[in-house]
Design a binder for this molecule. Structure first.
Ligand SMILES: *[C@@H]1O[C@H](CO)[C@@H](O)[C@H](O)[C@H]1NC(C)=O
Ligand SMILES: *[C@@H]1O[C@H](CO)[C@@H](O)[C@H](O)[C@H]1NC(C)=O
Ligand SMILES: *[C@@H]1O[C@H](CO)[C@@H](O)[C@H](O)[C@H]1NC(C)=O
Length: 362
């Protein structure tokens, strides 16, 4: 064998050996729960380069709570955010130990060009130190972290809070830009729960005060944490809880609705296509903005992405879940259309087809 070839062979063998060694080391490291530092070392950390004038350099900060068997949902939400824009995204996740391991193992396999424009900060689900014992007796661990984000993330100015069962169908900038549209009084932005008296849950059943005529959904919220801290948010959570604890059903969402019932001027409500929930199409199409402009964030609450009650929503979610970072967006939309065509005709499938038309998938 010629010398240069031998050299090449020797070098490649050594590289493969080194590669395997490094991989083993990473796998070993990822076995340890709650290793926030693991993520931060894997994922490059870009520091604040925030410019309101330049959309492309605007950094988006997403906060979510991922517990129990919802890791796949959470990972799909993160993936959708990353493929729908080219901005840098900071993820702050509150996770249980089981989720933490699967999350780190999956994310470290994501391609470098994706890891380069995200950072990941994980925290075990927790309560603010003050009153921790009291909160523990009142709320289940994962259900209520969002109520305490202003105190749990003291250093952070603003976040987009998302339930794990959400996916972006357009750039996260669409919603992020509403932060700067909130006036000085408004602390939080949320989408409407439902628009009609006959089926709206709050109008029909709620026995506690709620926002407006139909209430808001707390699954997709822009939170200016600075303003929430200045307002004394936690104090209000305690007070409405004390007053209505026997009447609330969806603990944290009900408390948020109660607070904004008494302070409506502090809530900014964006249109229904920013948090498109299953009830917007389950019976008939109730969100005109979705058909006209598309859906920016689809929210599969009530396990709509998992069970088979609304196959059209599941088809959209499944297409994103199966999407690889290397594939193009056009491939994703074509796949959505294919999956959608396999579902029976329904009000939701009509709306989902209309949003694909907007994306010019023919
Ligand atoms: C998680 O588990 C619950 C209860 O076992 C089940 O109802 C739900 O569908 C599961 N969710 C997912 C995402 O697998
Ligand atoms: C949040 O509110 C604070 C206090 O009013 C303000 O300084 C900050 O710019 C706001 N953040 C965003 C992203 O608009
Ligand atoms: C912000 O908007 C709300 C709702 O329109 C309004 O009630 C409030 O007075 C406004 N605040 C300021 C400072 O303009």
């Amino acid at each position: 064998m010629a010398r240069p070839t031998r050299l090449v062979l020797w070098t490649s063998t050594m590289s493969i050996f080194l590669f395997i060694l490094l991989r083993l080391f990473e796998v070993f490291k990822s076995q340890q729960p709650y290793q926030a530092t693991l993520f931060t070392s894997l994922v490059s950390q870009k520091k604040e380069t925030f410019s309101v004038t330049d959309e492309k350099t605007q950094e988006i900060h997403i906060a979510a709570i991922i517990c129990g068997n919802r890791t796949t949902l959470g990972l799909t939400m993160m993936k959708s955010a990353l493929i729908m824009c080219s901005n840098f995204i900071r993820f702050t996740l509150f996770v249980d130990s089981e989720t933490s391991v699967i999350l780190s193992e999956t994310i470290q396999l994501w391609p470098d060009n994706i890891l380069k424009r995200m950072s990941l900060d994980t925290h075990p689900v927790s309560y603010p130190e003050k009153n921790a014992d009291e909160w523990k007796t009142i709320f289940k661990p994962c259900a209520s972290v969002r109520l305490f984000l202003p105190n749990l993330l003291k250093e952070v100015d603003s976040v987009l809070y998302l339930d794990a069962d959400t996916v972006f169908l357009d750039s996260p900038l669409r919603i992020w830009q509403h932060l700067s549209k909130m006036n000085d009084t408004q602390l939080v932005a949320a989408g409407p729960e439902k628009y009609d008296y006959t089926n709206g849950w709050y109008a029909k059943f709620a026995r506690h005060p709620y926002y407006g005529k139909f209430g808001v959904n707390s699954g997709v919220m822009l939170m200016n944490l600075t303003k929430m801290r200045q307002f004394g948010w936690e104090k209000y959570v305690v007070s409405v809880f004390e007053q209505y604890k026997t009447r609330i059903v969806y603990a944290d969402q009900d408390l948020i609705n109660s607070i904004f019932h008494f302070h409506p001027e502090k809530l900014y409500v964006y249109p229904c296509n920013y948090n498109y929930i299953p009830t917007h199409c389950s019976v008939t199409s109730l969100c005109r903005e979705a058909e006209q402009q598309g859906i920016y964030i689809l929210h599969g609450y009530g396990n709509a992405f998992i069970n088979d009650h609304l196959p059209a929503l599941k088809a959209i979610y499944t297409s994103i879940q199966q999407h690889s970072f290397g594939d193009t967006l056009q491939m994703l939309f074509v796949n959505m259309k294919k999956n959608l065509m396999k579902t029976p005709p329904s009000s939701c499938s009509k709306v989902m087809s209309s949003i694909l038309k907007l994306l010019m998938v023919t």
